[in-house]
Design a protein around this ligand. Structure first.
Ligand code: NIG
Length: 383
């Protein structure tokens, strides 16, 4: 049954066929059937269409659903006390991850399912149609494969992050833990995952250890992405680009030479402004990245330590206010950019054949996403 959304005041398609990078059509209409876009055009053209069902959106804006390409959604426990002490000046450090590992290991499968489902419902209600989920709070063979298996019940984009932090039982022998991640843990998780990731940072894994983990994952058929330059500048950016990483995530401390390297590569930089908000670190300079021609995505990084938000529009507002992006750039990064960071062409765009992941806003234009921070402007979703 075809459904036509008509009388759309502003349709952001992200399809250059409609002009410019964002393909914005004023006075537009879009039709979909069984979850797939079947037609896009102007309100005038829509008048002759014979769709089975017609919905008048009364001049409001319609955008592609958000693509949240970096989350750590599968976890148990609470770290609000850690957040409170950071707000009083304590620094963020990788070590806090282990407290979530303890809580997650204790949760039953059904408890984890319920937690993930609740977070995904929250995302859905705020316009997110696609979500990537990382493991990384299990850190044993059985726990990591359990997290990947459960995450796979909710998304096609599961990322193996056994290299999140060194668990306490391996504190004296980090290389033995890296051997485990690259060996038995990878064997157990790879059947449930698409991506391999590693947290390359002081207090987590060195560049050499990170390279080993990424290469092992690639040998097992997983595709590389990395947490890089979150807490300081790092050679991990060069290493990950040389391995063909699809995305470098965080990039809070990218150097000029990193930016030059990235501008000549297909690697996306996924910015996570919720982390800067919650850790009081400086925001990365998105303007410099975009002006250099780097492809930029924005994601929530939803996790209990550095960024406990499910709201992509909050991240858009931060990107506009703090990172030098226009609202159109930030929306593109949160939709088409996220799709690129997951190497997907079926989401993040409104064009014939793409998924009908449409979001109607209670607003006449996408600019309201930043102009009205903290307000959930999502009126209706079609997925
Ligand atoms: O992306 N940096 C590593 N992982 C998360 C934080 C996880 C945590 O603190 O629990 C991040 O910020």
């Amino acid at each position: 049954m075809t459904t036509l959304l008509r009388n759309i005041g502003e349709l952001v398609t992200n399809d250059p066929e409609w002009g410019g990078r964002y393909g914005i059509i004023t006075d537009a209409a879009v039709e979909y059937d069984e979850g797939v876009v079947t037609w896009v055009g102007t309100e005038m053209q829509a008048r002759t269409r014979r769709s089975d069902q017609v919905v008048d959106v009364e001049g409001r804006a319609v955008i592609p659903a958000f693509v949240d390409s970096h989350t750590h959604l599968i976890f148990a426990g609470d770290r609000s006390a850690e957040f409170e002490s950071r707000m009083k000046g304590a620094p963020y450090a990788a070590g806090g991850i282990n407290s979530t590992v303890l809580a997650t290991r204790e949760a039953t499968d059904d408890e984890l399912r319920d937690l993930v489902r609740a977070r995904i419902d929250e995302m859905h209600n705020q316009g997110t149609g696609t979500v990537e989920i990382k493991t990384g709070y299990g850190l044993t063979v059985d726990q990591e494969s359990r997290l990947a298996r459960i995450a796979g019940e909710f998304t096609d984009d599961v990322t193996f992050l056994g290299g999140h932090v060194v668990p306490p039982e391996f504190a004296d022998d980090v290389d033995a833990y890296v051997d485990l991640v690259c060996g038995a843990m990878l064997d157990a998780v790879a059947p449930h995952a698409t991506w391999i990731d590693v947290f390359c940072e002081e207090g987590a894994f060195s560049v050499a250890q990170s390279r080993r983990i990424l290469e092992a994952g690639m040998m097992a058929g997983l595709r590389p992405r990395i947490h890089a330059a979150q807490l300081g500048p790092s050679d991990s950016v060069r290493m990950a680009v040389s391995l063909g990483a699809t995305s470098i995530d965080h990039g809070t401390f990218l150097t000029e030479s990193d930016i030059e390297l990235l501008s000549n590569s297909p690697t996306v930089v996924t910015l996570l402004p919720g982390a800067e908000f919650s850790t009081k670190q400086p925001y990365p300079d998105a303007r410099a990245l975009i002006d250099a021609g780097v492809q930029v995505a924005i994601a929530t990084n939803c996790n209990p330590g550095s960024s406990y938000t499910t709201s992509m529009s909050f991240c858009i507002a931060l990107a506009v206010r703090e990172m030098g992006m226009t609202t159109a750039e930030a929306l593109w990064a949160a939709t088409a950019g996220g799709a690129k960071a997951l190497d997907r062409d079926d989401v993040g765009v409104i064009r014939v054949g793409a998924k009908a992941h449409l979001v109607e806003l209670s607003a006449p234009s996408h600019v309201h996403l930043a102009y009205r921070p903290g307000v959930n402007l999502v009126r209706r979703v079609t997925f």
